[in-house]
Design a binder for this molecule. Structure first.
Ligand code: NAD
Length: 416
């Protein structure tokens, strides 16, 4: 059973998925092995992910490995309707379409949970959250969960600290071959892509404010700088602020940045980064976007209250006419601009993130129920394996430690 927007879009989706497959050599190699060995034999997986062409490549890989997958979206605006249509045609259960209401969003998650998954695969933690708050009866069937993004991992670490987490979670986000590339280069490029597709604005010479200098923030800042923008960073962590300063960015408070910024992007995983006092200080014409997981980084209720009128002026662009006469432009309703206004991360990057997911699932299947209910790192051997496979796929050879070097690095006696 499935519920999607339009099954007639399947041929278009199939072409999109094929395009992604060409650029995901590591995951395709894993798929080939999975198809032979069926390591996930009959494992029921409930996925709550951004339904992009790359997610489709992952889901097809899990299916090839023998898993039974049910899929919903992890954001109301990130589902690519043609992609899910193609997945349904291939026999995957999907409950997702672009433009879900809040109620529909949670209905879709419940449908996936009705399949009684043994593994939950989250991007932002919503499946785990619902299971713990409303559907505890499912926990006895669950082996573990995996989490794709920083915000989800933060939520699960908070649950672990409060001793309420009832099954193990593998923090896929925290694997090096995930966040160093996906969060940084993936979010960096695709956020700029989303802003450009929505606005067609020139970045050169603009004051481009980035809220948060984490892995996503630094990716966005460096890409905007590369396009000729004057990049300003806001931070709350002194170390990250210092890094941004030494990387050559202007660092200041949002109070100051609000007065001079032309384009603002938040990527903090926090809330209210841009709020009432900042909207009031902004120049007329300021463009606002968010690339953090939830739509709380830009305080939209504040913006609504300050506004006289609001109208959709282009796809993914809403113009707010403030009572003080200024105009502010909000992209993609303050939701992940790279997924809502563009296509999310490039396939080359998701190749690594989703290979980690696939190999972690295989690892979990072997362990069955022997893990504690806490947040685990991805095993180092999986992380290194994915990096090594990626290097091989792109034709990069690296050196091997000699016996003497290995010994030297493990010893302490030898000095100058
Ligand atoms: N758009 C995407 O496709 C995508 C991809 C990966 C992650 N994410 C999401 O992006 C967000 C950031 O992820 P990350 O991996 O960069 O996290 P991170 O923890 O590496 O960085 C977040 C940074 O924001 C800073 N911060 C927190 N509150 C702040 C505030 N009030 N003002 C200024 N800075 C503040 C923190 O100090 C930190 O340096 C998360 O919500 C994550 O889930 C989105």
């Amino acid at each position: 059973m499935s519920k999607i927007k339009d099954s007639k879009l399947a041929p278009q989706g199939k072409l999109k998925i094929e395009w992604a497959e060409q650029n995901m050599p590591v995951l395709m190699q894993i798929r080939k092995r999975f198809a032979k060995e069926k390591p996930l034999g009959n494992l029921k997986i409930g996925c709550c992910l951004h339904n992009t062409k790359e997610t489709a490549v992952l889901v097809k890989t899990l299916k090839a490995g023998g898993a039974k997958v049910a899929l919903c979206g992890s954001n109301p605006l990130s589902t690519q309707d043609e992609v899910v249509a193609s997945l349904v045609k291939e026999g995957i259960s999907v409950f997702a379409w672009r433009g879900l209401s809040n109620k529909e969003y949670y209905w879709c998650l419940d449908k996936v949970l009705d399949t009684r998954p043994q593994i939950t695969m989250d991007d932002g933690g919503d499946l785990v959250n619902i299971i713990h708050l409303k559907r505890k009866e499912l926990i006895k069937n669950i082996i573990a969960g995996t989490e794709e993004t920083t915000t989800g991992v933060i939520r699960f670490r908070a649950m672990e600290k409060d001793k309420v987490l009832e099954y193990p979670i593998i923090a896929v986000n925290d694997a090096y071959s995930k966040y160093l590339f996906d969060n940084q280069y993936g979010t960096g490029q695709s956020t700029i892509d989303g802003i450009l597709r929505a606005t067609s604005a020139l970045l050169a010479g603009k004051n481009f404010v980035v809220g948060g200098y984490g892995y996503c923030g630094r990716g966005i800042a460096s890409r905007a700088k590369g396009m000729g923008a004057n990049v300003i960073v806001t931070e709350t962590n002194p170390l990250r602020a210092l890094e941004a300063t030494m990387d050559g960015f202007f660092v200041m408070s949002m109070n100051r940045a609000a007065k001079i910024g032309d384009i603002f992007v938040t990527a903090t995983g926090d809330k209210d980064i841009i709020r009432k006092k900042h909207f009031l200080a902004m120049k007329s014409g300021a463009i606002l976007a968010n690339s953090g997981h939830f739509n709380v980084e830009i305080n939209i209720p504040d913006l609504e209250k300050l506004s006289k009128t609001k109208r959709k002026i282009r796809e993914n662009v809403e113009e707010y006419q403030l009572k003080n006469g200024k105009k502010i432009y909000l992209l993609a309703q303050g939701r992940l601009v790279n997924l809502a206004a563009a296509e999310g991360h490039p396939s080359e990057v998701m190749d690594m993130s989703f290979s980690i997911q696939a190999l972690t699932l295989e690892w979990l299947k072997k362990r069955k129920k022997c893990l504690e209910p806490r947040v685990y790192e991805v095993p180092e051997e999986i992380d290194k394996k994915v990096a090594a496979l990626k290097l091989k796929a792109i034709g990069v050879k690296i050196d091997k430690l000699t016996k003497e070097q290995k010994k030297y690095l493990e010893s302490w006696e030898e000095g100058t």
